[in-house]
Design a protein. Structure first.
Ligand code: SF4
Length: 401
């Protein structure tokens, strides 16, 4: 279903994706807050799923070449989930080989290639970490969420703080040179004190494991039918208030920056040179391939997604569940929405080149008002959200799109 007239007519047809996302949906346990295409208790489907996924990669990339993209090459590959770290490394190796057979990695003279993989900490073993490195994975993203056991229990994670720390140490000792650790704030039972404990413990861990070069921290977002709501309804006093979440966020930014983790996106911080190149593809509104159950791609100006049901995907891996041609008005909105998440902001000249639209002419009075309020800043030809504006970035972006 990837070759449609709409693809050919799209404005983006000249831009070839240089990034690929591969979704591995298996988890040991379904966390109560999780709204991803992630499934517990189905690991017996692993081999069959991986074969189907490799077939999907082959078919879609072959089709892409038939459409005229003969020189496909990749700058970033991201194995996300789910828990890719849970499955046999031999399956990751098989999928990776198939991917590179049809879309090889870019030559080193064009800059470093990033091959990242997500895992839970307790899925890491010394043996697996070694095999991941041999496959070529050079960045590990470890979901820790909290370094307080009570909070991990509250959100229904199935690992402890001790297991989280042990997993990170195993990855570091195996030789990974770029590790990202992920956290969440706004959790039930979380207080300012427990959040500070998590940040301080994370920073202590970076001393022991200097290969931790990247930290992400997202505010908890609860999906409509999340099982977490049965224990902690939305109005439960166990959640920190909105004002407290803003304080948590501000303390996170200041502590991480004091420790050399520069903020480059609303929720992401990195040591120099260790920003997530794959995620920058999304934030820069560039095209990317995606494969696997529920995976969303942006190819030839069309955003489309595979079936989210594992059963349907495994029967019809080449059928899209949703598909939308992105017209120029939507593309501009996406460019504003994604660009303002980046701390560097939107380069207005670049924006005009990319979107054939003058942002100041389009949204001048609104931008002027938000600048007067100290929520946006316009300098050196760049439009950015200010420190003060970041905690309410969603509503600022909402006014501009
Ligand atoms: S480990 Fe991650 S992907 Fe799996 S259920 Fe938990 S939050 Fe979702």
């Amino acid at each position: 279903m990837i070759a449609t007239e709409a693809h050919k007519e799209s404005e983006d047809k000249a831009i070839s994706p240089q990034s690929a996302y591969i979704h591995i949906p298996f988890c040991t346990h379904k966390c109560e807050f999780c709204d991803f295409a992630a499934f517990a208790g189905l690991i017996e489907l692993e081999d069959e799923y991986c074969q189907i996924l490799a077939g999907e990669i082959e078919s879609r990339l072959t089709q892409q070449k038939l459409l005229g993209e003969v020189n496909l090459s990749l700058k970033t590959v991201f194995y996300g989930g789910g828990t890719p770290g849970l499955i046999k490394p031999s399956n990751i190796a098989m999928i990776h080989q198939r991917l590179l057979q049809f879309a090889p990695l870019q030559k080193p003279q064009f800059g470093p290639v990033e091959i990242a993989m997500e895992t839970t900490p307790h899925a890491i073993t010394a043996q697996k970490a070694q095999e991941w490195l041999e496959i070529g994975i050079n960045r590990l993203s470890i979901g820790i969420e909290s370094l307080c056991d009570a909070e991990l229990t509250a959100i229904g994670r199935d690992h402890s703080v001790a297991e989280a720390i042990a997993g990170v140490k195993l990855a570091h000792q195996a030789g990974f040179e770029s590790i990202s650790i992920d956290f969440m704030y706004g959790l039930p039972t979380q207080t300012m004190t427990s959040w500070q404990t998590t940040i301080d413990a994370a920073l202590e861990l970076t001393q022991e494991c200097p290969s931790i070069k990247h930290i992400s921290a997202y505010g908890l977002e609860i999906a409509k039918n999340s099982p977490l709501l049965s224990r902690f309804p939305r109005d439960s006093s166990s959640y920190p208030s909105d004002d407290l979440c803003v304080e948590m966020y501000e303390s996170l930014v200041s502590k991480l920056e004091q420790n050399g983790f520069g903020q480059y996106e609303v929720s992401n911080f990195a040591k120099p040179g260790h920003q997530s190149q794959h995620n920058l593809t999304y934030w820069r509104n560039a095209p990317y391939f995606a494969f696997g159950v529920g995976a969303h791609r942006y190819v030839d100006g069309v955003r489309s997604a595979n079936f989210r049901s594992l059963k349907k995907y495994m029967r019809h891996p080449l059928n899209d569940e949703v598909s939308e041609v992105i017209d120029s008005a939507t593309r501009i909105k996406e460019g504003i929405m994604l660009g303002l998440r980046l701390i560097e902001g939107i380069d207005l000249k670049q924006f005009e080149q990319d979107y054939k639209s003058d942002l100041l002419a389009l949204q001048g009075p609104e931008i002027e008002y938000l600048c007067e309020q100290g929520l946006l800043e316009l300098s050196d030809g760049k439009l950015k959200i200010t420190r003060r504006g970041i905690p309410i970035s969603n509503s600022i972006i909402g006014r501009l799109i």
